[in-house]
Structures are given as structure tokens and as C-alpha cells.
Design a binder for this molecule. Structure first.
Ligand SMILES: NC(=O)c1ccc[n+]([C@@H]2O[C@H](COP(=O)([O-])OP(=O)(O)OC[C@H]3O[C@@H](n4cnc5c(N)ncnc54)[C@H](O)[C@@H]3O)[C@@H](O)[C@H]2O)c1
Length: 265
């Protein structure tokens, strides 16, 4: 039995994942962390019977529940603090929340080397998105340039998405497409028109109601383009990857990044 503390339990991802996790035989939710609905029984969050476990915003309460594992679906403003707390508390953590800077990830990686517990950062739990990144890094060598368009629901707080940044990093390991954001004769007449720039790749972020999580990686060469596209049309797309991460985190090194750490492709 794995005892889990779910952070961001009252959010869209927290609730969606909770409603599936409580059905698993080998998992027990022992604590729920959030800044809203404090004191609410977590059973009520999924429309089920009272569980006796109440939402808290206090690390002490989480520690007292003795979780084997923290799963974090909070957001950019608190996720880094939560990871550092999990490291200090020697508790394994799977980080689903996005918005960590590269510098923060590097610091976490360094700290994780010196600890016994594990940090597993997974910017995208959907298997299709992992395939999209892998296929993109395969295609990279054969094209002259690449740009990423990511589209998410309008409540997403960070931009560009963690998946877009991770895709650019993966592609850059195969090919560095651009040393600089702008060509020597290129000029933005409206600032931001060419998007963000990460690992030599332009990233364009769209936020609209009606969307969930979508990304196109577009490669271009003389006379042709190749688009590798992935769509998450329902939050259930993230569950298979999450449960895989929960069941396999013990086999991973102290620090791992991306669901591809668990998938042979
Ligand atoms: N890894 C993945 O596959 C994946 C998939 C979808 C979303 N996400 C990420 O998961 C995170 C959550 O997404 P969401 O759509 O559920 O957002 P959301 O805003 O609906 O939920 C976030 C929850 O965290 C809580 N929270 C925020 N700041 C807090 C703080 N300081 N203290 C305590 N609780 C706090 C909020 O109250 C809220 O209930 C985002 O970072 C999002 O990008 C990851």
C-alpha cells in the first residue's frame, strides 16, 4: 500500500486525479494540501462518503499523516517551495505542477543528489505527449528549422507550458536550430510577435476557453513542413502516466525528469 499526500487537491487536476486514485487497491490518500476549502473532507471533493481526511494548508499536518509520496498539482507560485519541503522531509515527490524555471530545476537536481528520497518531475503525464517529444527529436536532424505552438485553456497560469520548454530542450540535444532569437535582418514591429525563445526554438503560447492541452511541433525545410501534433482533450489523458509514475518511482534514481524516464522508446 502506498500512502499519498495530494497537493493542489482542490484544483482541476487534483480533483480529477483524486477521483481515479481513490479507486486503486494499492493506494491510500492520507492527506490533501490546498489553500482553498481548508477543513473540507476530501471525500466531499469527489462526491463520495466522508473519509475523515481534511484539506489542510499546513506542512505539519502533511508530515503527521506520514505519506510515502507527495504528488504536487499546485502551480508555479508554490511548487518549488513544496519540492524543497519534500526534500527536507525526506519524502518522495512526483511533481505534476509546471512553472519551474530551469534554474530551479537545476537546484532541485543538485539537492536531490545528496538525499535518499526521490524527486520525479513530470511536466506532462500523457503518453501521447511523450511520443510527440520523442518523434520530434527524431525528426530534428532532417529539417532546417523548428517552431512550437502550444495551446492551453485560459486558466493556465504559466507560459510557455512545461511541455513546450521540455520539447525544445529535447530537440536541442539533437540539433541547435538558432543561436539567436532574431535573424540579423529580422525586426518585431510589435514586441513578442516572434514568441518566446528557448533552446534555439521559438515557442508561441495560445490561451483560450474551450482548449485543454495541445501542442504542435512544426519543422520546416525547403518546400516542406512536418507537423507533429498532440491533443489532450480530457484530463483523464494524464492518469495512465501518473499511475505509472506512482508505481515505478522507487525504481528511479534520486532525480528524474519526464515520463520518458519510464518508457522505452
Ligand atoms: N504534468 C501534467 O501532465 C499536467 C497536466 C495538467 C496540468 N498540469 C499542471 O498542474 C498544475 C495544476 O493545474 P490545474 O489545472 O489543476 O490548476 P488549478 O488552478 O485548477 O489547481 C491548482 C490548485 O493548487 C492550489 N494552490 C495554488 N497555490 C497554492 C498555494 N500557495 N498553497 C496551497 N495550494 C495552492 C489551488 O488552490 C488549486 O486548488 C498546473 O501547474 C498545471 O500546469 C500538469
Amino acid at each position: 500500500m502506498k500512502n499519498i499526500a495530494l497537493f493542489g487537491i482542490c484544483g482541476k487536476m487534483g480533483r480529477s486525479m483524486l477521483s481515479e486514485l481513490i479507486l486503486e487497491q494499492d493506494i491510500k490518500i492520507v492527506a490533501g494540501f490546498d489553500r482553498i476549502n481548508i477543513g473540507t473532507d476530501i471525500g466531499i471533493l469527489t462526491g463520495r462518503e466522508i473519509s475523515g481526511i481534511k484539506v489542510t494548508d499546513k506542512y505539519e499536518d502533511i508530515k503527521a499523516a506520514k505519506p510515502d509520496l507527495v504528488i504536487d498539482f499546485t502551480g508555479p507560485e508554490v511548487v518549488y517551495k513544496n519540492i524543497l519541503w519534500a526534500i527536507e522531509s525526506k519524502t518522495n515527490i512526483i511533481v505534476g505542477a509546471t512553472g519551474l524555471s530551469k534554474e530551479e530545476i537545476d537546484i532541485v537536481k543538485e539537492k536531490a543528489k545528496k538525499i535518499k528520497s526521490k524527486v520525479f518531475i513530470v511536466p506532462n503525464f500523457s503518453i501521447g505527449a511523450v511520443m510527440m517529444v520523442r518523434l520530434s527529436s527524431l525528426a530534428a536532424s532532417y529539417f532546417d528549422n523548428c517552431e512550437i505552438v502550444e495551446m492551453h485553456h485560459d486558466k493556465k497560469k504559466d507560459a510557455p507550458s512545461g511541455t513546450a520548454i521540455a520539447t525544445a530542450t529535447a530537440i536541442n540535444k539533437k540539433k541547435n536550430f538558432n543561436a539567436l532569437k532574431f535573424l540579423s535582418d529580422e525586426k518585431e514591429t510589435i514586441e513578442g510577435s516572434r514568441g518566446a525563445f528557448s533552446d534555439g526554438i521559438h515557442i508561441h503560447s495560445i490561451r483560450l476557453p474551450g482548449l485543454l492541452a495541445h501542442q504542435s511541433v512544426i519543422f520546416g525545410s525547403k518546400g516542406q513542413t512536418l507537423t507533429i501534433k498532440h491533443d489532450s482533450i480530457d484530463r483523464s489523458s494524464f492518469y495512465a502516466g501518473l499511475i505509472m509514475a506512482i508505481r515505478n518511482i522507487d525504481k528511479l534514481p534520486n532525480f528524474s525528469y519526464g515520463l520518458e524516464s519510464l518508457i522505452e522508446i
